[in-house]
Design a protein around this ligand. Structure first.
Ligand code: SF4
Length: 241
């Protein structure tokens, strides 16, 4: 695995010092984080060597396993095209061919092209600059780009732009639902606000929490839950949900 962009391990989680949230779920959300962090430790996400690699990975990981993304990123690196300028210089077929391992490669090539064009128009390809400024303003601009939905946008904003945005994915919904914090079909935006409100200010926690939920969901909270040995087993839950 490549090194993380941000070196999350250098950031000491401040969740114990977070201001109490007005929501009933906030204490449980914090408890879950503390249990997961104590069990798994820092996850050091996102696995990438540059903010642009985070952006590309966030688009390529849509509807596919991360192992396939790794292959596509490796192909882009080998071809020396994992830069905004390098990708812009590729023809559509060349780009699609390089990212073929990530699946639905023609669709994803169009999406990558749109994101790269956006980065170029915003900042001449400087990812951090394109993502700088007020979180919700940048998020709205990013969501207007072809192929960028809320989950992709929040991954980019959090891990490439260093914004306090929370990523809601299927793993997050599953763990929170089984721990009776949500029904599971709430709108994306309301879950994002709930998590943001509970976590409050610490950027390091935002990055670690999402990664820890992915870890526990892959190891224990699968389609069929394996609660025995799970770091959250002593918290109230219903594995049949
Ligand atoms: S596997 Fe069980 S204890 Fe672990 S997160 Fe899922 S429901 Fe909770």
């Amino acid at each position: 695995m490549a090194g993380s962009v941000h070196g999350w391990t250098e950031w000491i989680p401040l969740i114990d010092r977070a201001t109490p949230s007005p929501t009933d779920s906030a204490p449980t959300i914090r408890r879950i984080y503390k249990r997961l962090y104590a069990h798994y430790g820092p996850q050091d996400w996102w696995p990438a060597d540059s903010p642009f690699e985070v952006v590309v990975g966030a688009v390529l990981t849509q509807n596919t396993a991360w192992s396939n993304v790794v292959k596509a990123i490796a192909a882009l690196k080998k071809a020396r095209r994992l830069t905004v300028a390098g990708m812009r210089a590729l023809g559509d077929d060349q780009l699609a061919d390089l990212i073929r391992p990530a699946g639905t490669y023609r669709v994803k090539a169009r999406r990558l092209r749109a994101v790269v064009d956006w980065l170029w128009a915003e900042s001449g390809g400087d990812v951090r600059k394109a993502l700088s400024g007020d979180l919700e303003t940048v998020r709205r601009r990013l969501l207007a780009v072809h192929g960028v939905g809320p989950e992709t946008a929040d991954s980019i904003l959090l891990y490439a732009g260093r914004h306090r945005s929370f990523v809601i994915d299927a793993y997050t919904r599953r763990v929170l639902r089984r721990h009776r914090l949500i029904d599971g079909d709430e709108p994306y935006e309301s879950l994002r606000e709930m998590m943001k409100g509970a976590i409050r200010l610490d950027l390091g926690v935002f990055g670690e929490y999402h990664a820890l939920l992915v870890q526990v969901a892959k190891e224990h909270c699968r389609v069929r839950a394996r609660c025995e040995g799970c770091p959250l087993d002593s918290l109230a839950h219903d594995d049949a949900l």
